[in-house]
Design a binder for this molecule. Structure first.
Ligand SMILES: [Zn+2]
Length: 444
């Protein structure tokens, strides 16, 4: 089913068909069960001339590495995506989460936004080129579909980059995390995800002396010492003037904030007043460290004064920031004594340069396919397979980009990991065209 007047391209039709078939394969992780989805993609790409390998860390959960060799040496472009999804509770949906049907120009099912849509567009484009007999004039094209992204990638990209780096070594990666359009002040912007934040979860503990709850003067209640610390976490560390936040705000506010970084605070305040959702989704995560208490625990018994109380703080930090600086920022909020602080997770975030040949080609494509639209860099608050590729291949430029405009940011973002996930057919076709054109430009 096509939008009115749209002419289906070969890669667009292929992508839509693949997406419907992928959505009908349940790859909810846990347990994942990615095998049938990977076999569908491997068959499609093998028929188109790719060499395909299924590499599995866990039985029934392979990763697909598909390669189309070129005619002379050159860069390797990797189109990356994951085929697992988060769970879906059918009673919360208005249609079957594994329907894969098309209704009113929308393809429906778990994974239609995250991220079987992009995988289908990437494979649809790559397979169409291969079937037409196209081969890279220089370099090579890799299509990598991973398992286990939604549960940390221990059987997916993390394992693949660690155990089989030579199979997935590349210069350029296009993955999830960017490309969804939004309108602001009469112009359309597309996001380019250039980095992911780090995760430094920590426990804050207070100590006291146990005692019977009927005689409070005989104990020293650790929970009461935790309360003021929790209260302090209403404050957040100061705004960090990251390069991405400065470039993003400069583009939206039509001013050169890089020349005067002090103007960032005013620009963000202005954006917050006029486009609060854009700020909440895209700008806030780029503005530095966030500290959010998510759990707390103290006495295990109703009638015992707790000798220890603790809260877990979910802490996200800009790319590159390491533990000593995170600790310093946390202490500036919590104070310096009366508690202990223990990190339970340390993942240093990473980023790619926000200017590169790959970005130039994405901008060129947008100029031809959505004239006047503007590309802006973002750093994602969450985490994706891009992290593992950046970590394994220092020199690689790794971006999240899959263009989408029929469903804009404010329509699409609430569907991710939620009920009634779906995508516009026209967006799948738009994305397939992007991958087809960009494959040819990068490897020309
Ligand atoms: Zn995803």
């Amino acid at each position: 089913m096509e939008g009115e007047g749209a002419v289906a391209t070969a890669e667009g039709s292929k992508a839509v068909d693949l997406l419907q078939r992928l959505l009908r394969i349940n790859t909810v992780n846990p347990p994942g069960n990615e095998q049938p989805a990977q076999e569908l993609l491997a068959d499609t790409l093998t028929d188109a001339g790719f060499e395909c390998e299924l590499l599995a860390a866990e039985e029934g959960r392979p990763n697909l590495v598909a390669r189309l060799k070129g005619e002379s040496p050159g860069p390797t472009l990797c189109l990356l995506g994951h085929v697992d999804t988060v769970p879906a509770e059918p009673s919360e949906w208005s249609f079957d989460p594994w329907a894969g049907d098309v209704v009113d120009g929308e393809i429906r099912g778990r994974g239609a936004q995250d991220m079987k849509d992009q995988v289908a567009a990437e494979v649809g484009a790559a397979a169409t080129l291969g079937r037409e007999g196209w081969r890279p004039p220089s370099g090579e094209l890799l299509v990598v579909a991973t398992a286990d992204e939604e549960m940390g990638a221990a059987a997916g990209a993390q394992w693949l980059c660690r155990e089989h780096p030579d199979r997935v070594r590349c210069n350029y990666v296009l993955n999830e995390g960017g490309g969804v359009a939004f309108e602001f002040d009469g112009r359309r912007f597309y996001t380019l995800c250039v980095g992911e934040k780090g995760v430094f979860r920590f426990l804050v503990r207070t100590h006291g002396r146990a005692g019977h709850a009927s005689t409070p003067a005989l104990g020293d209640n650790a929970l009461l010492k935790l309360a003021p610390l929790l209260e302090r976490l209403r404050s957040q560390p100061p705004v960090a003037k990251t390069a991405e936040a400065i470039e993003f705000a400069s583009a939206l506010c039509r001013q050169d904030i890089a020349a005067n970084p002090d103007a960032l605070d005013d620009a963000v305040a202005q954006l917050r007043a006029t486009a609060p959702e854009v700020v909440a989704y895209l700008v806030d995560p780029m503005l530095g460290v966030t500290l959010v208490p998510t759990r707390a625990r103290a006495s295990e018994k109703d009638n015992v004064i707790p000798s220890m109380a603790e809260t877990l703080v979910d802490c996200r930090v800009p790319p590159g920031m390491e533990e000593p600086e995170v600790r310093a920022q946390a202490e500036a909020i919590l104070g310096y004594d009366g508690y202990s602080l223990e990190f339970v997770e340390h993942v240093v975030g990473n980023r790619s340069p926000s200017h590169s040949r790959l970005r130039d080609l994405v901008e060129e494509w947008l100029g031809n396919n959505d004239p006047g639209a503007i590309l802006v860099p973002i750093v994602m608050a969450g985490f994706s397979d891009s992290h593992w590729f950046r970590r394994a291949f220092d020199a690689a430029t790794v971006y999240g980009f899959c263009p989408q405009r029929e469903f804009s940011l404010l329509e699409a973002a609430p569907l991710v990991h939620s009920a009634d996930e779906r995508a516009a057919v026209s967006d799948i076709e738009f994305a397939a065209r992007f991958y087809r054109d960009t494959i040819q430009r990068v490897l020309e």
